[in-house]
Design a protein around this ligand. Sequence first.
Ligand SMILES: Cc1cc2nc3c(=O)[nH]c(=O)nc-3n(C[C@H](O)[C@H](O)[C@H](O)COP(=O)(O)O)c2cc1C
Length: 317
Amino acid sequence: MVTIINFSSRKNGNSLHIANVCKDNFEQSIVYNLSENDYHKCGNCNYECLQKEKCPVNDNLYKLYESIFDSELVIFIVPNYSEFPCANYFIFNERLRGYFSTDECLYKKYTKINKKFIVVTNTQNNNFEVAFKYHVDKHKVPDILYMSSKKFKQSSISGSLMENDDAKNVVIDFIKDEYVCERSAMAIVFYQDKLLVTNEEIYGRLTISLPKGHIENDETTVETAMRECFEETGVKLKRRHFITELEPFEIRFINHYNKLVKKAIYPIVFELHNFVRPYSIEKRIKEIKYMPIFEFMDKGTYDNIKEIVKIAMTKRG
Ligand SMILES: Cc1cc2nc3c(=O)[nH]c(=O)nc-3n(C[C@H](O)[C@H](O)[C@H](O)COP(=O)(O)O)c2cc1C
């Protein structure tokens, strides 16, 4: 059984169409539309839930809770309203906390149920990941797909996103866990109080990041990091510059062929003892420089890479 929850306020918009695509792809599934009148917000109560008493609000949400506990997968479809999940999502979230307040074990059981989150948005930000954390096991990162009408050359207001076959296939791949898996290695190269950084164009956007690229068949992760560093920055690393290899981390994105990609990135830490002049060979790389670490923490494009750099700093001698 798969429970699909559509949080959108719109009667016949992108979120409902995505919900229907999800429904059609599972044998046993049910869609709940949270904008219908059968679901109530918290209110007109004495905070019974905070006193570990039963929530006095009585509505159809209990039927939805039952459906969730009967499911092996729950799919949340949440539109972006003003850079946050829409209000219906927060209503559900707050009521759910009330429901679990009398039974901590039930909450734990709830977090173990497999969940996927589809955000309908033209922008992408951390607010969604933070908001969804409540619903997943505390050691897990919420599994989120950001569906942008703009990416598929549709207007979100026209509600036509699922008429685009590429967009529809991305949704199906996501709910079916069908990813193209890739592996990449990244060179974190320290020189004094600086980091070797690239300013390159990725998917049409100038990105301040670190040298990295695909691991070829017979290469080790360290060899890839050294090769990519040379190809992207002209800086030739030697074995003596190697410090350590850090735990890989995962990124997910939709590639140029509209395929969902799951990429494991292996961070390899190096330390240069002498200045080596960088130079650009690849056209897409606009600038290479040794950037003060504090400046990278401010200007670097990706927060997850900044976090890895913080860990790498603790490994320097
Ligand atoms: C009040 C409101 C605020 C919105 N704010 C944003 C926003 O900040 N960023 C964005 O990408 N889309 C925003 N949108 C557009 C919705 O995300 C878009 O309409 C999307 O298709 C929602 O799914 P729906 O078609 O089911 O409504 C907003 C829509 C509404 C109604």
